[in-house]
Design a protein around this ligand. Structure first.
Ligand SMILES: Cc1ncc(COP(=O)(O)O)c(C=O)c1O
Length: 432
């Protein structure tokens, strides 16, 4: 186990962060990286290989954040690096059609048999933005329904939060999102069938699309029942609203498919990101021809991108999915995940876990791990924040927020899982 204790432990990271703050707002390119939730300077990483990362001070960590999910094969997997290197040598970008689009397209559509078209974009946010536009164009309706606790990127229409009622017209969650935009989005709680029925009874015929993470993983890991997901499918069908599964985190995570297949619910559209790009910027919208062919140039829904389908990025996606399709990685990941859950239970740690996704829930007083964002206790959050730097000092790199899930990769080993549990538990035992 690495010993990272000592006052000067992150001195270069601190110096770099001080300078970064003079150049970038908050010193970052994306807010959660600033470590505000856990305090202290963020760790500046300089290298990653397999399950390990090294920071600018030369300290190594076992990484359970994995670039927030894309690196399911671990850092710098040889097949992915080789594919990217080859593609880069042949040209970084063309802005034209090229054969990698077909190769990745075939791989993606194999995994989503309900769909027969895919459009590649650059990020999960962009995939969601396009799916929402398609849902509105396809139905000719205005309203969207989302669930509190689900995150779908920083799309205006989805940067909304619930008001005080059970089902509410959205309120802007970010400055710069107009009230009008927010009002076109309805917000309901997860895992609440009565709320769902109420929203469809009141607005069902005006709802263009319902979007959710079928396994919400942006406010902890909020495991939904299959029954609730199936009821949502029935209601959307009955009212002619499209069901959009945002599988940016879950797509290709538990098997060569979406989480949709695991819960036996077929959405109308799926959004992908993260794993589909194997660590480089790729997002995708997947669905049936009747909906996807509303996109330009065939249809009236405009969507475009200079970097969409970039060959180097797609090469990383092709190499990653080709490796995943063999199936060994998923078996490894499930074995590791099961071990994590078992060891955590032995050390008295609460842990929500599906496959290689995990979420330590640090409230011993709670009766169960929550399934709704509203039920996450202040105690669970406070304990995470208090312990985080202690974990870091012992070489465990988790996402720096109590609301984020942890990830395992196929490059992790059983010993990494055991160390993770021991470090989590040992530091917590010393944390007031
Ligand atoms: C479920 C989900 N949807 C959309 C996004 C946005 O993806 P990106 O950060 O690639 O824009 C994320 C990002 O974490 C996500 O978890």
């Amino acid at each position: 186990m690495a010993d990272h204790s000592g006052f000067d432990a992150h001195s270069r990271s601190e110096a770099l962060f001080a300078r970064a703050q003079e150049l970038l707002p908050g010193g970052v390119s994306s807010p959660v990286r600033a470590f505000r939730h856990v305090g202290g300077a963020p760790v500046f990483l300089s290298k990653g290989k397999g399950a390990h990362v090294v920071d600018e001070d030369g300290r190594s960590y076992v990484d359970y954040c994995l670039a927030w999910g894309p690196l399911i094969l671990g850092h710098a997997h040889p097949a992915v690096v080789e594919a990217v290197t080859k593609a880069a040598v042949d040209g970084l970008a063309f802005g034209t059609c090229h054969r990698f689009e077909q190769q990745l397209g075939e791989l993606v559509l194999q995994a989503f048999p309900y769909a027969d078209r895919v459009r590649f974009v650059v990020s999960g946010t962009e995939a969601v933005l396009t799916a929402v536009r398609l849902a509105r164009a396809h139905t000719g309706r205005r309203l969207l329904l989302k669930f509190s606790g689900c995150y779908h990127g920083h799309v205006d229409a989805l940067m909304v939060k619930a008001g005080s009622g059970v089902v509410t017209q959205g309120l802007a969650e970010s400055a710069g999102v107009t009230e009008r935009t927010a009002q076109d989005t309805l917000v309901a709680p997860l895992h609440d069938l009565d709320a769902l029925r109420a929203v469809f009874a009141a607005h069902g015929d005006d709802i263009a699309g319902v979007i959710l993470e079928p396994l919400p993983a942006n406010n902890g890991l909020l495991i939904q029942s299959t029954q609730w997901l199936q009821a949502l499918r029935q209601l959307t069908r009955a009212h002619g609203a499209l069901l959009i599964f945002d599988e940016v985190i879950t797509g290709f995570r538990f098997g060569f498919c979406g989480h949709a297949r695991q819960v036996d619910v077929e959405p109308d559209l799926t959004t992908l990101g993260k794993i589909v790009g194997g660590g480089l910027p790729v997002g995708a919208i997947v669905g049936p021809r009747a909906i996807l062919e509303r996109l330009a140039p065939l249809g009236p829904v405009y969507q475009a991108g200079t970097m969409a389908g970039n060959p180097v990025a797609l090469a990383a996606g092709i190499a990653t999915l080709t490796e995943l399709r063999r199936g060994d990685a998923y078996r490894t990941l499930e074995t590791l995940g099961a071990r994590l859950q078992e060891r955590a239970a032995q050390r008295g740690l609460r842990m929500a876990r599906v496959g290689s996704l995990f979420w330590p829930y640090l409230d011993d007083d709670a009766a169960a791990v929550p399934v709704r964002a509203e039920d996450i206790s202040a105690r669970a959050v406070a304990r995470f924040r208090a312990a985080y730097r202690g974990w870091l000092d012992r070489g465990v790199y988790l996402p720096p927020s109590a609301y984020e899930v942890g990830f395992l990769s196929a490059a992790h080993e059983p010993a990494h899982v055991d160390t993770l549990v021991d470090v989590l538990a040992d530091v917590l035992a010393m944390t007031p």
